[in-house]
Write a protein that binds this ligand. Sequence first.
Ligand code: PLP
Ligand code: ZN
Length: 393
Amino acid sequence: MKCLECGYETELNQKIITCPKCGGIMEIKVKLKDFSFNNLKGRGVWRYKNSIPGIYNKLISLNEGNTPLIPSKIYKQTYYKFEGANPTGSFKDRGMTVAISSAVNSGYKVVTAASTGNTAASAAAYASRGNLKIYLVLPKGKVALGKLAQSILYGATILEVNGSFDIAMSAVIRLYKELGIVYPLNSFNPWRLEGQKTIAYEIAEEIGAPDNVIVPVGNAGNIYAIWKGFTELYEVGAIQKIPRMIGVQAEGASPIAKAVEKGLDTPEFFENPETIATAIRIGKPVNWRKAIKAIKESKGTALSVSDSEITEAQKKLAREEGIGAEPASSAALAGYEKAIKEQIVDKDEKNVLILTGHALKDPDAMLKMDSKIILINPDHIEKIVLGDTNANN
Ligand SMILES: *Cc1c(COP(=O)(O)O)cnc(C)c1O
Ligand SMILES: [Zn+2]
């Protein structure tokens, strides 16, 4: 394990979450031996258990992962990795099974997470499965309805704060640093990313290494996790190249895209992040160092898209491809189309878009769209369907 801030290095230790020296973000280095896709057993995240470091005597799992890779109807050679098909409806489940199993195996009884919603829903479900007490810290009034409802359903204790996600996150960091008995489930926890990297393993096993992988970016853990997965496979010779990682942020919350655009090594954070894509409404991504590393080393890039581009992309995914993704996930398609236009990617390359969460997470976003709802006189239904506009009078 190595600290990305002060460079401190140590042997693998499941109890380490942040750097024991400086509190910085830790990286877990994994070197695979004798990896082959032909020797794997089972489905989902734990199919790749030999690539996931740590000891797991007891697995807390809901059979997450093994999500569909759906070919696009619009763009040939383009696929959607539909993470909305996970047990709680987002990719967060992949990381949560590893982090919660790790917490249980390390003897923790209490867990916590700050969240824009999906981490909360996922953490609440896995805490329940693992018999752990959970405290969620949420920005009041800023969590999409489906995600809040899930957190209530699974029985979590919800602590609300006034202000943005970033304020909730600093409260969780304080709680974890002051009270050693509380295990944090945010993505600064590197064990979570070890689960999320299986997105790359699944893609590689199904179609080999793509040319580009397009990922919505919030706290910026997932783009790094996916890159890490591909890198491990490349280093062991299981794939022949590492895809370019293309991060997509919403304009109102785009510190990483701006840093890449301006060629800065350190992003300028957003004090008041704003976007309809609540899952990526993050001004101060904790994993920015990891994201910038993944983008640089893969020769990728990051770009930002507007809220109206996100909504258009969400509609296009649903109405032309038949796929229901939440706004943050739809940013991947908006970003992809922008990248094609700006000749950053070629639509005839092999491209994979990560659709991070399910449309049902955010009913308000769907209900705001133009709809075709008509109150009818049921006696005249045939006439109405045949286009007689007077039949309702
Ligand atoms: C968490 C989340 C993201 C952002 O992932 P990061 O790892 O924080 O960058 C994007 N989309 C959805 C739906 C999410 O739940
Ligand atoms: Zn350090």
